[in-house]
Each structure stands twice: as C-alpha cells, then as structure tokens.
Design a protein around this ligand. Structure first.
Ligand code: ADP
Ligand code: MG
Ligand code: MG
Length: 369
C-alpha cells in the first residue's frame, strides 16, 4: 500500500547509502517479511533491498541480525580471494544504518534492514526442471559445508523448537485434550495415522540425544525461492537467513524435499494427484550430496531419509493442531482449510512409505559414484 511505501521510503533514509534514493518499490514474493527494492542515483551500479522484519514471528531481532552477520561474515571468508563484486553476488551483504547498526527501529516499532540486491537473478516458487532441483541441492549443500566450521555456540536459536517433533506432538496432544472446537471426533483416523508413526518420526531426536548426530548450523527454510539462480539457472546465492540456527542437516534436506517432491499445492483437495516426483527428488539429492558428502558423517547420511519422512509429517501435525485449536496460526480461506492441508502432507508421507526403496536408492547411488 501507499502508506507502506511511505514508511519504506522513510526507513530507507536511515541506512548508510552513498547516493540519493530515487525510489522504493515492493519486490519479490516472500511471505514473511515485507520486501522493497531501493534504487539510488546509481552511478555505482548497485541496487538495494529493504526489508521490514516480521517481528511478530522473530521477536529477538538483535539475535536474528547478529546471526545473519556471523553467518555472512563467515561465508565471505570462504570466497575472500574473489573480487568484491563477485563476493557481493554470492553472499548477502548487510548495509548498516547511518549510526552503524544492523537494523533500524522506526517510530511505529517496526524493524528494518537492508542488503545489497543481487541483480540479474531469479527465484522460483516452484521447481520445474531437474537442473533447478540439482542446483537447489548444491546451494544448500554448499551452504552447510561452508558453515561446518563456524562455532555453533555463536548462533542464537531464534525460533526455539522450530523443528522439534516432540514439541509439535506435545502441542497436538494438548489441542486434543482441550478440543476447543469439538473437532477431535471428526479426525480420529488422522490421529491414528499420526500416532502410529510417532516412534519412527523420533529417530532424529533419538540419534541426537545419544550424541550420534552433530549439531550443525542449518538454514531451516530451504524453500526453493530462497536460492537465487543466475540467468542459466545456476545457483548463485542462498538468501533468507532469518531462520539460520543450530540444527540437524536432515531437517534442511527434508524440508526442501517436502515441496520439491510434491506436484500440487499445499491445499490440493484431490489426494489422488499427489504422486511423488522422484526425478526432481533424485536431482536435488544428487546436487546436495555432491557438496555435502565431504563433511557428512555416515549417520547423518542415514538420517537424511528420516528427514524426508519427518518434515511433511511434522507439517501435517502443525496444520492439524491449528485446525483443532480453531485456526489461529496459519491463515485460512475456508472452514476446513487446515484439515485439507493436513491431509496433503500426510498423503505425502504415505506415498513416501510406498516408494521408500526408490527414495533410498537415489541417495545411495550418488554415494557410490
Ligand atoms: P521472506 O522471509 O519473506 O521469504 P526473503 O528474504 O526470502 O523474505 O525475500 C523475499 C524475496 O525477495 C525472495 O524470495 C527473493 O525473490 C527476493 N530477495 C531477497 N533478498 C534478495 C537479494 N539480496 N537480492 C535479490 N533478491 C532478493
Ligand atoms: Mg524467503
Ligand atoms: Mg523467510
């Protein structure tokens, strides 16, 4: 809206730019932050990206911005030998405010930050080709690889328990006990499906609690539109670092696969349309593993498939919990919207169980090459 644009223009003026601002326009297709493109007089050939941080979701903005600073500084050390323009096109660059802070807090209590806008790139909401899938895998594999030697204790857990299935199942159980909407009776079969798979879905947490899975720094929002591709569909830069946190590699792998492998929308009602896209899955796995095999332990490799099952399952648990609680968290367009979403996620799990051998083979065949 116009008033948003005005706020954006005002906020942009708080940042340390060497040239006058010419325009601030809405940009991109993210769902969490409000994103704007900032054009300056531009004799230096740079454009900037202004974002209003969603601080309802991210309440610790200091921790969040420090995380991004640590991560981007570290990533830049890996490409320090390259010319500065190339570095700035491969890793996000924070533009500080005029008072040299990582973000600007305005009079309305909104938090703003600025990056260099990486021009000439594309980001896709939906993966269409195996080249794109493989490049996505490569980007997130390289991202984890390059962060494998960053001290994880420096990184704040900005969204505690984000991928913790125990926490998500506890919340589901609370919602069932309360049954505030009287919806539990109607979902008995779905609950049976969920609870009969509980043990398997705890595999990653169990391995971790035995000390068998290293805690890494992971991205935690490995959607495909969080990788910028160049004009030839080659991966160029991983963006959207808000959720970078200590985590297990299988969460990143599983969440990327959750959307890549699903040919339909998250709220498709016709479950017969949910047929796994194995070629895109295999391409992502190949791109990912060719980077990540360098640092993954054997148990981490084994955990990847568990992540593939876990992430749609966990998303289903979250949709169902919201449905039972009266749809407060996810935006809904009709009465059973969250229930429809639950069913698509659990159908994915069911299809994965049916094709588990194919899923396993795609991983092991990359490692045999
Ligand atoms: P959200 O958390 O809302 O998804 P993102 O940081 O992913 O926010 O930004 C939204 C969109 O803006 C991205 O999907 C991408 O298209 C674009 N974008 C974000 N950062 C950059 C950047 N530095 N350069 C170019 N485009 C960007
Ligand atoms: Mg994003
Ligand atoms: Mg985001």
């Amino acid at each position: 809206s116009n008033s948003n644009q005005m706020n954006g223009l005002k906020a942009a003026a708080a940042f340390s730019l060497s040239e006058d601002i010419i325009s601030v326009e809405a940009f991109g297709s993210g769902h969490i932050n409000d994103t704007y493109r900032v054009t300056t007089r531009n004799t230096i050939g740079k454009t900037f990206l202004l974002q209003r941080i969603n601080h309802h979701i991210f309440q610790n903005v200091d921790g969040l911005m420090l995380n991004i600073k640590h991560v981007t500084d570290h990533l830049k050390t890996k490409i320090a030998h390259l010319p500065i323009e190339i570095q700035e096109s491969r890793v996000l660059t924070i533009i500080p405010t005029k008072s040299n802070d990582l973000y600007h807090l305005d009079e309305d209590g909104d938090y703003w930050r600025m990056f260099i806008l990486i021009d000439g790139t594309k980001s896709y909401d939906v993966v269409e080709t195996t080249t794109q899938a493989s490049e996505g895998g490569k980007a997130f594999g390289q991202f984890q690889l390059q962060l494998a030697d960053l001290d994880a204790t420096q990184i704040v857990e900005v969204l505690p328990n984000f991928h913790n299935i125990q926490f998500r199942l506890d919340n589901l159980r609370k919602a069932i006990a309360a049954d505030s909407q009287g919806r539990v009776e109607g979902v008995k079969d779905i609950l049976e499906f969920i609870f009969s798979r509980e043990e398997r879905m705890r595999t990653i947490l169990d391995l971790a609690s035995k000390g068998d899975l290293p805690l890494r720094i992971t991205h935690n929002d490995t959607k495909f539109n969080n990788v910028l591709l160049d004009q030839n569909d080659q991966a160029q830069c991983v963006i959207d670092l808000d959720t970078v946190m200590p985590g297990y590699v299988a969460y990143d792998f599983g969440d990327a696969i959750r959307t890549i492998i699903n040919p339909v929308e998250e709220d498709e009602k016709d479950l017969s349309k949910i047929v796994l896209n194995i070629p895109l899955y295999a391409a992502y796995a190949e791109g990912y593993l060719n980077e990540a095999k360098e640092f993954l332990t054997d148990i981490e490799v084994h955990s990847l498939l568990e992540g593939v099952f876990l992430l749609p399952y966990m998303q289903g648990v979250r949709f169902l919990t919201d449905y039972l609680e009266g749809d407060h968290y996810f935006k809904t367009k009709y009465d059973d919207h969250n229930l429809v979403r639950t069913k698509t996620q659990l159908k994915l799990v069911e299809e994965m169980e049916r094709q588990e051998e194919e899923l396993k083979t795609a991983i092991s065949s990359v490692l045999q090459d």
